[in-house]
Design a binder for this molecule. Structure first.
Ligand code: KG4
Ligand code: ZN
Length: 341
């Protein structure tokens, strides 16, 4: 197959991103990847504000794209196509990326490919490691939690997903109720490292139910109750209390993810497990998943963190895979806020 060079554009949440990726025989080479985060813009609001995010994307996309092309040393007319996230996500952000991609495609005559953001995450281990289909993907982020049997660039079988919160969302809420900064995941992990995971007996939700669905909201409530009990008894929390609560919470999340992963591996004919999403930054969770994979005789892949979290290289790569399958999209392509795989 001929090498293809694609520009990727991602703006579905709170990262404005552009990247240039070139395919080689088995995988892809990232020629550039630019991500402009918006954490500071949303810090005062306790979450991503869609209107603020959309504005920032509009203001920053041109710059990101210029920088991505420049860093890659690739001119627009040397590209084979433009891939853009067409959903799911915050609609204003998705629209701003798509308007930019459509304008570029119209001006250059290059083909445009609309990409599902989740497919971008799910195909990342092919970009980084040339992983063969089929494989199991565990997507664990602030907005998503699902097991996908990845069978082709357009062929995903969902084996299970969260019935309430995503694990990253739970990490963020735990940080909030313990007075730790946002996004909470890294702070909870750091506190947990000095904590005793056995001090609090937190539940392992849904382990009693067959299958691979997950739940995290009951666990969050249990941590909240334990905090309230401590505050009522001693008038506040000590540093050690905080660390112990974080450790207990993180151990429960890791146990649940590990057991459900064990089942998902047993239920599908795959020889590899790959992870994606911001929660894949958590080393305690990664260690458990690695053990479970080894026990199942499956290869374990955790792409480098900047490729686990939102980025445009994964969108460029997914665009290349879809383009090879014959997909191109015209100016009528519409943005989708919801778009299950
Ligand atoms: O994939 P991501 O960057 O954004 C989306 O949600 O799409 O994931 C962000 C989430 C946040 O909820 C953050 O708290 C969580 O990933 N996270 C972590 C860690 N680092 C980031 N959760 C647990 N442990 C971490 N070390
Ligand atoms: Zn994402």
């Amino acid at each position: 197959t001929r090498a293809l060079t694609f520009l990727g554009i991602e703006s579905s949440c709170d990262d404005t991103a552009a990247a240039v990726v070139r395919s080689d025989a088995a995988s892809g080479k990232i020629l550039s990847t630019v991500v402009q985060g918006q954490t500071a813009l949303h810090a005062d609001f306790g979450g991503v504000v869609p209107e603020i995010a959309a504005r920032a994307h509009v203001e920053r996309l041109d710059d990101c794209i210029r920088e991505a092309l420049q860093t890659a040393g690739v001119r627009l007319d040397e590209l084979d196509g433009i891939a853009v996230t067409a959903g799911p996500g915050l609609i204003g952000g998705v629209l701003s990326g798509m308007m930019t991609a459509k304008a570029l495609a119209a001006a250059t005559g290059l083909p445009m490919v609309g990409v599902n953001h989740l497919a971008g995450h799910a195909l990342t281990p092919r970009l980084t490691d040339g992983l063969d289909y089929p494989y199991l993907m565990l997507l664990v982020s602030g907005g998503h939690c699902q097991f996908l049997a990845v069978e082709g660039p357009q062929s995903f079988r969902r084996l299970g997903s969260t019935i309430d919160d995503a694990p990253g969302e739970a990490f963020d809420k735990i940080a909030k109720i313990l007075g730790l900064p946002q996004p909470g995941g890294p702070h909870v992990e750091r506190a947990a490292a000095s904590g005793d995971a056995r001090r609090f007996a937190f539940p392992r939700p849904l382990l009693d139910r067959a299958g691979c669905d997950l739940s995290f909201s009951g666990l969050k409530t249990a941590v909240l109750r334990a905090r309230d009990a401590l505050v009522a008894a001693q008038g506040g929390l000590t540093e050690q209390d905080r660390c112990d609560l974080c450790a207990g919470f993180q151990a429960a999340v890791a146990d649940v993810l590990a057991e459900k992963t064990r089942r998902a591996l047993a239920a599908s004919p795959v020889t590899a497990l790959a992870v994606a999403g911001g929660v894949a930054a958590n080393s305690a969770i990664l260690a458990k998943l690695e053990t479970v994979s080894a026990q199942a005789g499956a290869r374990f892949l955790a792409p480098p963190l900047p490729l686990c979290t939102d980025n445009a290289a994964m969108i460029a790569w997914a665009g290349i895979e879809l383009f090879r399958e014959g997909q191109t999209d015209g100016p009528e392509l519409s943005a989708r806020s919801r778009w299950p795989l």
